[in-house]
Design a protein around this ligand. Structure first.
Ligand code: P6P
Length: 338
């Protein structure tokens, strides 16, 4: 008996204060948009859709045609759901505020429509990442305060990883669940019931090319890891596509790091639509996520596109990291607040 992601939310809605059908209706907007994107990715080489457009996005990155398609799909599929008050996309400089009748716009959805898209031309996994907030009562006008909420205020978060299979992983704060897209019926079907991140793993994931510019405590930690001082042998795995590197860490354990570097002294990854949703999923599955200075979910954003250092993974490796880096939030403090 198959369980689709919509059925899953509805079946368990008594546990999800946010569900009441509106959240599953929102999620159906996301799943529809990601299925549209998946159908293009599957045939990318056959369609005139590969390769860069002749302009750059707000991030100054050359936009791949699929980025634009994925972004438009999400803006359309979510824009027609009247419970959505505002949309924030990695591809849009400003939030998209939606005209809604009094009181109907209830949610803000933040997303990276196609993370890692530069990998598409070489057929490497890419992903869509999303995060859902409620519009605070006082900000019914959808002002920036409605959008700049800390990750602890997320009501749901998830990602779709487009790879050998297409898998949706999400949480609403009651565990983490995975659904595999069945092309035969065009539905995401429950395939990973209650995902738990292993308490430790044997891979670490970091772009070693930047290692010389990592802050010394990071270099010290990585050296300890490589020298077996954590008591186990590690392998290095770095795909260079955040959702793929995270998905492996979620299922197999270990640690992923994007530290401060010479070119990105504040970190490269985005807080709102990359670190926050993945940190919510990590904590819900028993893992830890930090900026190296504080718990990711506690960070009060000041800009919708702000970046952060991002270290996420199994409790064993993350505890060793936090003790080694001597962050503001000690290992125990971060653990206690997870
Ligand atoms: P680097 C892809 O461009 C991305 O945004 C993430 O998906 C990935 O984790 C990171 O950048 C890779 O960055 O500097 O290692 O190439």
């Amino acid at each position: 008996m198959i369980v689709t992601v919509q059925q899953h939310i509805l079946q368990r809605q008594q546990q999800f204060p946010e569900a009441r059908g509106r959240l599953s209706w929102l999620l159906s907007g996301i799943t529809l948009a990601t299925k549209m994107t998946e159908s293009k990715i599957r045939r990318a080489g056959l369609l005139d859709i590969l390769g860069p457009l002749n302009h750059t996005n707000v991030q100054g990155e050359v936009q791949q045609k699929l980025d634009v398609y994925a972004n438009q799909a999400l803006l359309h599929c979510l824009g027609v759901r009247d419970s959505v008050a505002a949309l924030v996309s990695e591809e849009n400089e400003e939030p998209v505020m939606l005209e809604r009748s009094e009181g109907s716009g209830e949610y803000v959805i933040v997303f990276d429509p196609l993370d890692g898209s530069s990998n598409i031309d070489v057929n490497v996994n890419v992903g869509t990442i999303f995060s859902i907030f409620r519009l605070p009562e006082r900000a019914k006008d959808g002002g920036s305060s409605a959008i700049l909420q800390p990750g602890t205020r997320q009501v749901a978060a998830g990602y779709v990883v487009y790879g050998p299979s297409t898998i949706l992983v999400y949480t609403t704060g009651n565990g983490v669940f995975g659904f595999t897209l069945d092309p035969a019926i065009g539905a995401f079907v429950l395939s990973h019931e209650n995902i738990r991140m292993p308490e430790s793993g044997n891979t670490y994931s970091v772009n070693e090319a930047n290692a010389e510019s990592f802050p010394a405590p990071y270099q010290h930690f990585l050296r300890k890891l490589r020298m077996g001082e954590l008591g186990r042998k590690y392998s290095s795995r770095y795909i260079g596509s955040l959702v793929a590197d995270f998905h492996r860490t979620l299922l197999k354990g270990g640690i992923f790091l994007y530290p401060p570097t010479a070119s990105h002294v504040g970190g490269k990854l985005r807080l709102l639509y990359e670190a926050n949703p993945l940190a919510f999923i990590a904590e819900q599955s028993g893992g830890i996520a930090t900026s190296g200075r504080e718990r990711i979910l506690d960070i009060q954003p000041h800009d919708i596109h702000q970046r952060t250092p991002f270290v996420v993974g199994s409790s064993a490796e993350m505890t060793a990291f936090l003790e080694s880096v001597g962050s503001v939030g000690s290992a125990h403090e971060v653990l206690d607040r997870a």
